[in-house]
Design a protein around this ligand. Structure first.
Ligand code: FA5
Length: 343
């Protein structure tokens, strides 16, 4: 009995000192091993004892066995939890650490301008609307107060499709009546997208290019609203504070009055440079107050409501922003050009 107490004390001491699974395995063999395990040896020695002693020592030996099994199991759990902790520590991810990977790409400059333009309007609560690139004659021309044989049709040489008066839209203005037919004022939308014109290309003209259209319809909309909206838009887009906007009288059948929009040259701050051709101003698009005929076509009362609209050429704006002298570079897939923007 004395030995069993001694064995228990020693075993407990050994268990406490164990830190690894290997050490625990060795302990289990030492105490529970079939051939020469300490506990088996105790049981083997029972045969030399009297019946009374056998009962008592046997009981104590079993209690010791259960006790050590329980302690060994607890130790096993501790070792396992420690192992997980160490593993977690190794695998811990520091989400604030700088990336090990180098950036391998970037947005195409036209995508960048497009996304930036849209986000400025979204910040003002405008809805973003998309229209079809294959459009019909009605929305691209007739609904915009440009009937057949109107000379204004010649201003935008058109790719006609062989079927059903379909065409590749020449301007994002085609979304105006589409949207107004389905939505009641007050409304404010912005619509970016690709447009197509059958023209010979040069440094400032492509056959396909991007425009962004803006339309606001409500009560008492004025040219002053148009001007402040454009100034806010261009200051954000060109990332320059205080871009000035100038209107020059112009003609678009779907607005009255119609204006050509110029922004102050931010490169030379209006001192004169090659980008603004020494004028201090750069032309960026057309605008005006929505023509009453256009509102009426969309079944909106031109007595109760007025509107403003503008359409800007995003390629030209990107050319200005990045100082690019040929619009065709955007569509050239020339990696030397594209890579400048991937930094
Ligand atoms: C229009 O397309 C009108 N829809 C704009 C408008 C909207 C006026 C709403 C009034 C109210 P314009 O044809 O001028 O207008 O084209 C607008 C802009 O598109 C131009 O200022 C220019 O920046 C760009 N643009 C026109 N043709 C090309 C081209 N071939 N290549 C690249 N950009 C072009």
């Amino acid at each position: 009995m004395k030995d069993i107490e001694q064995i228990k004390k020693e075993a407990e001491k050994k268990l406490n000192a164990i830190n690894t699974q290997e050490e625990l395995d060795a302990f289990l063999i030492e105490y529970f091993g079939r051939k020469s395990g300490v506990l088996n040896n105790i049981l083997k020695s029972l045969k030399d004892l009297s019946i009374e002693e056998k009962k008592e020592v046997g009981k104590k030996a079993n209690q010791l066995k259960e006790f050590l099994q329980k302690k060994a199991e607890e130790k096993k759990q501790v070792i396992f939890q420690n192992k997980i902790k160490i593993q977690e520590e190794k695998e811990k991810i520091d989400i604030t650490a700088p990336s090990k990977y180098h950036k391998t790409g970037g947005l195409h400059p036209l995508d960048y301008i497009n996304q930036k333009a849209v986000s400025i309007f979204e910040s003002m609560g405008f809805e973003v609307v998309e229209g079809p690139e294959v459009e019909n004659e009605f929305y691209n021309f007739d609904a915009l107060n440009i009937p057949k044989h109107h000379p204004a049709r010649d201003m935008q040489d058109t790719f006609w499709l062989d079927v059903d008066s379909l065409l590749l839209r020449t301007q994002t203005s085609a979304v105006q009546v589409r949207y107004m037919q389905k939505n009641l004022p007050p409304l404010r939308i912005v619509s970016p997208g690709r447009v197509f014109r059958r023209e010979s290309t040069d440094a400032t003209h492509e056959m396909q290019f991007y425009q962004i259209e803006c339309l606001v319809v409500g009560k008492d909309i004025s040219l002053a609203n148009l001007k402040s909206l454009l100034e806010f838009f261009f200051s954000g887009l060109l990332e320059k504070s205080q871009v000035k906007v100038r209107f020059r009288p112009s003609y678009f059948p779907f607005v009255e009055p119609g204006v050509e929009v110029d922004v102050s040259c931010f490169l030379c701050r209006q001192k004169g440079c090659s980008v603004c051709k020494n004028t201090g101003w750069i032309e960026v698009g057309g605008a005006g107050l929505v023509h009453p005929n256009v509102l009426e076509t969309a079944k909106i009362s031109s007595r109760d409501f007025s509107g403003l609209a503008f359409g800007m050429g995003l390629d030209r704006i990107a050319m200005i922003k990045y100082n690019i002298d040929d619009v065709r570079l955007f569509y050239s897939s020339d990696l030397r050009f594209i890579k400048q923007f991937s930094k």
